[in-house]
Write a protein that binds this ligand. Structure first.
Ligand code: 4NP
Length: 156
């Protein structure tokens, strides 16, 4: 089993969308019993909440249901439980680095490092500025790149 967790700030916009998009792709490829998917947030601000209604409606429009997801906070133990800890932006990356146990740094990545989106390192935070459709598109491209990497590395 390969385990993947997507992490943003609130776990109500970017990372639950990434979780939904990536899980959908994994299911489409018939890999659901080999790849486990989760998401979390570096903050505790929205713990227990469903994804933001704008994230839910954007995803629903693309055939992905996020309604059953609930926000949780990222913890150090995630670096033991997950093979891939995927930060949505550089601030999330730095916050995750701070709670990463020694020797587990190789599990931490910027999610867009798996996307051939030239020069982009951060998935922009849509909470205040909107842009949920653009964010969805970026997450979809990066998800394809991540799945290709996992399949290659893990022989799936
Ligand atoms: P996310 O977006 O990190 O993509 O879930 C945000 C959600 C909430 C807040 C900021 C970003 N907030 O400030 O409450």
């Amino acid at each position: 089993m390969v385990r993947v967790v997507f992490v943003c700030l609130g776990n109500i916009c970017r990372s639950p969308t990434a979780e939904g998009v990536f899980r959908h792709l994994v299911e489409q490829q018939g890999l659901a019993d080999q790849i486990e998917v989760d998401s979390s947030g570096t903050s505790a601000w929205h713990v227990g909440e469903a994804p933001d209604s704008r994230a839910q409606s954007t995803a629903r429009g693309r055939g992905i249901d996020l309604s059953r997801l609930r926000a949780r906070q990222a913890i150090s133990a995630d670096f033991e439980a997950f093979d891939y800890v995927l930060a949505m932006d550089s601030a999330n990356y730095d916050d995750l680095r701070d709670i990463c146990p020694p020797g587990r740094e190789d599990r931490l990545h910027l999610f867009l490092s798996f996307a051939p989106l030239q020069g982009l390192t951060d998935v922009p935070d849509p909470y205040y500025n909107d842009g949920f459709d653009r964010v969805f598109d970026m997450l979809e491209v990066a998800s394809r790149g991540l799945l290709a990497d996992i399949c290659e590395r893990h022989g799936l």
